[in-house]
Design a protein around this ligand. Structure first.
Ligand SMILES: Cc1ncc(COP(=O)(O)O)c(C=O)c1O
Length: 346
């Protein structure tokens, strides 16, 4: 018997809402239960899949929010130029937002920017401004100086400044965490969030406190990041951590801070793929390993991990065994062992 002929697809396929424009697709990202990532079965671990925003990351949210707030209060008008220093997800989110709102976008990057991200920003209509020389070894200082020069050059230019702009955490308060809380009202014991600007973690924490939730917010930071009194050091995984403490992060505290090494992010990514078929980005791997490091404490509890982007953006780094061995000094069989996975048999 043909089983398919008995299925009434019209009854099971929900009516699709037609979005007004691509920015209307930002948010309402899905959540998925991760049954096999941990070694314990009595931890209710749920991931928020931010890669399913149209630009591929959680940064679509603050990019849209910062620009639309500036348009609404007249700091920015259609036809103006947005200038930002970013070589990653924020640059992509801003390029997408600017394309929809008829704004020009100049993205200031340095030679460490990943070629794939730069290509996406360009493809979305952004103009790339490459800073070639560091100031006293500091590329961030050089990029910020170039941003200042570009702003001085013309009055119709706007700098969202994601590291100081409170519309960045506000976007997560209005979107990311309110969506999570609506799905699991007052049921989340722990929330794990990777940090760089701290916009995501701040916004989530502020919402949860305002709602009177008891959720413990765990900030996940990179080893070598200066956030939360960390000591600056080399970091190879993009997205997580900060070389200098951003304005948004000053004076902020969370219930717990867990620092993860670059190799821990890599092993987390590999484990997420092997155990769950979930291709997470570098910070997502770090966040999941932060959860795993606390799993004994999480028995019988619900933990939500925000996964900021997809591993598809890290094919030449985290998911490339040659890169991992060259940059982090860890051969593939050790990566698999650290991830608690079987070493493949040739
Ligand atoms: C992949 C990834 N993970 C985590 C973060 C940290 O987010 P936030 O800047 O909100 O602290 C970022 C920010 O750029 C990111 O791109």
């Amino acid at each position: 018997m043909n089983v398919q002929s008995k299925i009434d697809f019209a009854a099971i396929i929900p009516t699709q809402r037609i979005a007004h424009n691509v920015l209307d697709l930002v948010g309402q990202t899905p959540m998925v239960r991760l049954h096999r990532y941990l070694d314990l079965t009595d931890v209710n671990l749920i991931a928020k899949v931010e890669a399913l925003n149209p630009g591929g990351s959680a940064k679509d949210r603050p990019a849209r929010y910062m620009i639309e707030r500036a348009l609404a209060d007249g700091r920015l008008s259609p036809g103006d130029t947005v200038v930002e220093s970013s070589s990653g997800n924020m640059g992509i989110g801003l390029a997408q937002t600017c394309a929809v709102h008829n704004l020009k976008f100049i993205c200031v990057v340095d030679p460490n920017a990943q070629a794939q991200n730069v290509a996406i920003i360009r493809a979305l209509g952004g103009k790339i401004e490459l800073v070639e020389a560091a100031i006293d070894g500091d590329f961030l200082a050089a990029r910020l100086e170039r941003v200042a020069e570009l702003l001085r050059a013309s009055p119709d230019r706007f700098w969202p400044n994601q590291y100081a702009n409170t519309d960045n955490p506000a976007a997560h308060e209005a979107g990311t965490i309110s969506e999570i809380d609506a799905a699991l009202p007052d049921q989340i014991d722990y929330l794990f969030v990777a940090c760089s600007s701290t916009g995501t973690a701040r916004g989530c924490r502020d919402y949860l406190r305002r709602m009177g939730r008891k959720t413990k917010v765990v900030a996940v930071d990179a080893e070598g990041s200066t956030l939360f009194d960390g000591v600056a050091g080399p970091r190879k995984i993009s997205g997580m951590g900060a070389g200098r403490v951003p304005e948004l992060a000053k004076g902020q505290s969370f219930d717990n801070v867990i620092r993860v090494a670059d190799i821990t992010c890599v092993t987390g990514c590999r484990r997420a793929v092997a155990r769950e078929g979930f291709l997470v980005g570098g910070s997502g791997g770090g966040v999941l390993e932060a959860v795993r490091s606390m799993q004994d404490k999480l028995r019988g509890k619900t933990a939500v991990a925000i996964i900021h982007d997809s591993g598809a953006r890290y094919l030449g780094t985290v998911f490339d065994p040659d890169w991992v061995e060259r940059e982090l000094g860890v051969p593939e069989d050790q990566v698999l062992a650290l991830a608690g996975l079987e070493t493949s048999v040739a």
